[in-house]
Design a protein around this ligand. Sequence first.
Ligand code: GLP
Length: 240
Amino acid sequence: MRIVVSDTALEIARQVSAILLAQVRKKPDSVLGFATGSSPLETYRLLIEAHRAGEADFSRVTTFNLDEYCSLAQDDPHSYYAFMKTQLFDPAGFSYDRVHFLSGLAEDHEATCRAYRAAIEAHGGIDIQLLGIGRNGHIGFNEPSDRFSDGPFMVQLAQSTLDANARFFENASPPRFALTMGIGDILAAKKILLIAMGDSKAQAIRAMEHGGVTPHCPASALQTHPDVTVFLDRAAARLL
Ligand code: GLP
């Protein structure tokens, strides 16, 4: 696991977006795994800038997002689909026939999860997976538990995750369940980039990097992957 500590969110975003842009220039039909949350926002802004400047064409890129809340339709402004549409896909010119999302409204969630994994495999796997990290060490929505999940599955969210994500829901409460890629799906990506910023992530980053590999800190599974780069600001890196 490579650790890169930077002074600002912009410095992190410049490095992460440069890697993603190089990938798409080298392979215009790349398969990218995307994350929601505030951590990748600045990176997405720079990808949009590159597209607007005519320096990047994302129209042939295939995407798979990590997770989605159950019971929210894609046009619900709180859905992760809506987040990606506004924060990246529309302004950066992605093609929606190449965008893949777990459906939070699926009636048969097990079939949806199996189909998602099959779709990732049918596209030859994910070239670069972008990740954030939860305060409790979750990646995607893989919450701390007694075992690592392999494929996509439905998860009951931890109270700390609901509390952390309540800020996106104004007067409503976040759904208590979500569908997420499993740890096995994340580890199957060829390259992984994780962004974490702020004091509230410092404990999780320490457990991810210094603790043993344990499902009680799901991000610790990344220690077993050969190509992970972790981008931190000084606050998130303060316990390393
Ligand atoms: C959510 C998402 C994760 C994300 C995490 C951190 O729980 N499911 O994919 O990494 O939040 O979010 P933030 O970047 O806003 O701190």
